[in-house]
Structure formats: structure tokens, C-alpha cells
Design a binder for this molecule. Structure first.
Ligand code: ARG
Length: 253
């Protein structure tokens, strides 16, 4: 009896292990696993216990069009590309900017949004424009984002150098540091910047924008069938006005 229990237990454990392996693995027929980093309103954020935002709504609409079930995993931003290229997630959608470097590791769909990098400062900051920022400042960024990449670049390439940059796990963490005076400014995408400034007193966004970017969905390199299916569904959602109506639900100009 004891042995039987043990064997049954082992069999159950093995079945569970196989079950988790297959259910966690991306690329399994009827389900799409998306990776995001839900600290980035209005694209993805956590409201109570649910993830909300433009990317979440677009992803759901895409999955519906493709006849698949969508599962969303909320992970660190700088682990999305690695996870997608290892096949842990089918795709990454996280207000992610297309860059030549990222293209070496993943493939991107057509773009579904434009963005610019903005600079957030305290209302009474001596930094009045982007030109006032120098390597002497402490610049807060979300680790692994384009804001981080630009700011960390050498001054001769238009950045401020690694020593000037303080990297945080999320945009809200960087903004919190700004409020506490630990950094002099935060460089981050314009829409999240607006959302953070709205949610926190005493902050403002500098008029001059920093860089223009395009957001797209990343898939594993060479996963052309998924990339094409996503592009087809994206185009349909653009053409029938779904994308516009999702965006205007979250961004009111
Ligand atoms: N657009 C920037 C980038 O691609 C920031 C994206 C951050 N996204 C997020 N969900 N936290 O690097």
C-alpha cells in the first residue's frame, strides 16, 4: 500500500511535470503566450488584479482574430526579448520600440504605434530643456529600455555616459526616485510620462522631445508564420478602426 502510494505519487508528479512543461511552452497550437511588463500606462498596467491597457486590448483582439486563446505573462521588461528568443513566450508586446540591435535577436511585426522619448523633471527643476541635461546630472531610466540605451550611450554619441544613468526596474520606480530627489530627470516614453506626471504632484514634462520611435510586437527570429499571421490580423484591426478605438479609449487628447 505504502509503495503503491509512492508510485502513484511519482506518476502524478511526472504527469504534472509534463503538464507544466507543455502548458508553459509557447508555440502550442491553440494558445498564444504573450510577455509584457505591466508598469507602463496606458499601454500595460495593473489595475487591481487585472492587466489593462492598449497593448492588452490589441493583443486580445489579435488573438480573437487568429482564433487563439491568449495568456499574458507580466515579466521584467529586459527579460522579454530573451524569453521570446528562447521560445518561452510566443511574442512580446510591451510598448516595445523597434531598434536595429533588437532586430538581431528577434523579428518585429509591422508597427502599430508611434512614440517619442520624453523627459520628466520636478516642476522647479533647473533643467528647463533637453539641452540643459549633462553628464553631471543623475538620469533615471527603466532598465533595458530605449531611454536607458540612449542615455547610457557616450556623450559623443548623444548620450550622457553610464555613470550618469541610474537604472530602475520600472518607470514608476524611476519616477519615485525623481520625487525623492535621487535623480534629476527621468527619460521615458511620452504616454507613460504623461500618466506618471498625472499620478504624481510636482512633476512636469519638458517641451522638447528626445527621440522618435515605433512600437511593434516581437516574435522569435525566423517565426515567419506567426509574424505574418500577426501582421494580417493587425492590418485588419487597423483597417476596421479597432486599433483607433482602443487607443482613444486610453489616450484622450
Ligand atoms: N519603448 C521603450 C523600449 O522599447 C520602453 C518600453 C517599456 N515598456 C514597458 N512595458 N515597460 O525600450
Amino acid at each position: 500500500m505504502k509503495n503503491f502510494k509512492k508510485i502513484a505519487g511519482l506518476a502524478l508528479a511526472a504527469a504534472l511535470a509534463v503538464g507544466t512543461l507543455t502548458s508553459c511552452k509557447a508555440g502550442s497550437g491553440s494558445k498564444l503566450i504573450m510577455a509584457t511588463n505591466a508598469t507602463f500606462p496606458p499601454y500595460e498596467y495593473v489595475d487591481g488584479k487585472t492587466m489593462k491597457g492598449i497593448d492588452i486590448d490589441i493583443a486580445n483582439a489579435l488573438a480573437k482574430k487568429m482564433g487563439k486563446k491568449l495568456e499574458i505573462e507580466d515579466v521584467e521588461f529586459d527579460s522579454i526579448i530573451a524569453g521570446v528568443s528562447q521560445g518561452k513566450y510566443d511574442f512580446g508586446m510591451a510598448g516595445m520600440t523597434v531598434t536595429p540591435d533588437r532586430k538581431k535577436n528577434v523579428d518585429f511585426t509591422d508597427s502599430y504605434a508611434n512614440a517619442v522619448q520624453s523627459v520628466i523633471v520636478a516642476e522647479d527643476s533647473p533643467i528647463k530643456s533637453v539641452d540643459d541635461i549633462s553628464s553631471k546630472n543623475k538620469i533615471g531610466v527603466q532598465q533595458g529600455t530605449t531611454g536607458d540605451i540612449y542615455a547610457s550611450d557616450s556623450p559623443k554619441n548623444g548620450g550622457y555616459g553610464e555613470d550618469a544613468v541610474v537604472k530602475y526596474k520600472s518607470g514608476p520606480d524611476a519616477v519615485e526616485a525623481l520625487k525623492q530627489g535621487k535623480v534629476d530627470c527621468v527619460i521615458i516614453d511620452n504616454e507613460p510620462a504623461k500618466a506618471y506626471v498625472k499620478a504624481n504632484k510636482g512633476l512636469k514634462i519638458l517641451d522638447s522631445a528626445y527621440a522618435n520611435e515605433k512600437y511593434a510586437i516581437c516574435v522569435k527570429k525566423g517565426n515567419d508564420s506567426l509574424r505574418k499571421d500577426l501582421n494580417k490580423a493587425l492590418k485588419e484591426l487597423k483597417d476596421d478602426g479597432t486599433i483607433d478605438s482602443i487607443v482613444s479609449k486610453y489616450i484622450k487628447e
